[in-house]
Write a protein that binds this ligand. Structure first.
Ligand code: NAD
Ligand code: GLY
Length: 386
């Protein structure tokens, strides 16, 4: 559910700031996603609704801290908060147990208590790490997500999946731990590199490809503006994406059923990421973009999906700045047999059988619990070569 907060308060139509709130309806763990401009400056006021403590515990990656931490700290101070800040290196390599332990030790030594609030200030890497740290700190503290990448604003900051990676694969050590609040300041996206923007747009396209053909058409019409980072189109994409994610999470918080659809493209995508050792050669969103194109083409191969729908999905992803042909994808090399082995570690797999998210069309994804591995391998051989 979305509300225009200030308008709702004043009863006077649209709020001047255009701030929107999307509610994630999870009973006693329900929370708001606040989306708008100038929100870092209001972070203290927003977080003040959660706690009377005088200090928050912020995890930030060094790049984000260099660009935006001073603004956040001023916003926190305006709400009466000091900040203990733990800086981590940017990149997927930060999602590991050693970094988690260091962050927890720093916060505990600085006096963090269970009633304190942690703040994740960065992209999905910082959000996933901080959420897990909060879930573990003194058996569970609350945390606020302040996502600074498009990907984190449309996906990873919402829904309470927290994790670090293990040697065997991605996100294998984690908890479901919902944030108490998500503050998505659209202004911070102005410093995001174009490549990261396109990576975020992959997760935006995902909501359309899963089950929203109106949004699909809107994305096709606005692809150029989104790729350029045009603020109005971007804000709309963040809102629609958060509404879609909030609906799915409210219906299936711990992924017993339909939440698995949010992993469209992720089983192929995680294998592509793992082929790069989760290194910077291939971004998570780039892997998801290529993975969604693969899921659509594999669905065509199985006779489940019209070829025109896979082509439509591919064209949209390309228009959003994403590569969909595996031989053209950055990083690699991508070897079919290795990708299949990586796919075997996916969390959706049950009793050694591979679960895939496939599609009956663009906007019609479904869960395929028992994928035929020989078919997958044949497809991967064809896809990696062509
Ligand atoms: P990221 O956190 O690595 O951030 C990408 C890069 O952008 C980093 O180098 C960062 O320093 C930089 N950056 C961040 N904000 C910036 C800004 N405003 N201006 C300039 N640079 C900025 O990557 P990501 O794409 O945000 O997140 C990917 C991670 O999220 C992966 O680990 C993935 O597994 C996870 N994820 C989790 C969920 C979930 O539900 N928990 C969902 C999707 C993805
Ligand atoms: N990004 C997948 C999920 O949150 O379920």
């Amino acid at each position: 559910m979305t509300t225009d907060t200030q308008a709702a308060d004043a009863g006077t139509g649209r709020a001047p700031s255009g701030e929107r709130r999307v509610r994630v309806e999870l009973g006693s763990r329900a929370y708001d996603i606040v989306i708008g401009s100038g929100l870092l400056a209001r972070a203290g006021e927003l977080i003040r609704t959660l706690t009377h403590r005088k200090r928050v515990f912020v995890v930030a990656d060094r790049t984000v801290a260099g660009l935006h931490l001073a603004t956040l700290e001023a916003g926190l101070a305006a709400g009466g908060f000091g900040a203990t800040v733990s800086l981590v290196d940017p990149g997927e390599g930060t999602k590991r147990l050693e970094v988690l332990e260091r962050v927890l030790d720093e916060f505990i030594e600085a006096g963090a208590e269970r009633d304190d609030v942690l703040v994740a200030f960065g992209g999905g890497v910082v959000g996933d790490l901080t959420g897990l740290a909060a879930g573990l700190l003194k058996r569970g503290a609350r945390f606020v997500q302040i996502p600074t990448t498009l990907l984190a604003q449309v996906d990873s900051s919402v829904g309470g999946k927290t994790a670090v990676n293990s040697r065997a694969g991605k996100n294998l050590i984690g908890l479901f731990h919902q944030p108490a609040l998500v503050i998505s300041d659209l202004d911070v996206l102005s410093t995001l590199p174009a490549r990261e923007r396109s990576a975020g747009l992959a997760e935006v396209a995902k909501y359309a490809l899963i089950g929203d053909t109106d949004f699909l058409a809107w994305l096709e019409a606005n692809a150029e503006a989104l790729r350029a980072g045009e603020p109005q189109a971007t804000g709309e994409a963040v809102r629609i994406s958060c509404e879609a994610k909030a609906r799915v999470v409210a219906a299936d918080e711990t992924e017993k059923g339909q939440r698995a659809l949010l992993n469209l493209g992720h089983t192929f995508g995680h294998a592509l990421e793992r082929a790069n050792g989760f290194g910077p050669a291939l971004l998570h969103g780039e892997a998801v973009g290529a993975g969604m194109a693969m899921a659509m083409r594999f669905s065509v191969r199985l006779g489940l999906c019209p070829e025109a729908d896979a082509a439509r999905a591919g064209a949209l992803l390309n228009a959003l700045g994403l590569v969909t042909r595996i031989p053209d994808l950055s990083g690699g090399p991508y070897v079919a047999e290795e990708l299949l082995a990586h796919m075997g570690h996916d969390k959706k797999n049950r009793d050694g059988r591979m679960t895939l998210i496939l599609a009956r069309g663009a906007g019609e994804a479904f869960v395929q619990p028992d994928a035929d591995e020989a078919e997958v391998l044949a497809f991967l051989r064809q896809t990696c070569a062509a």
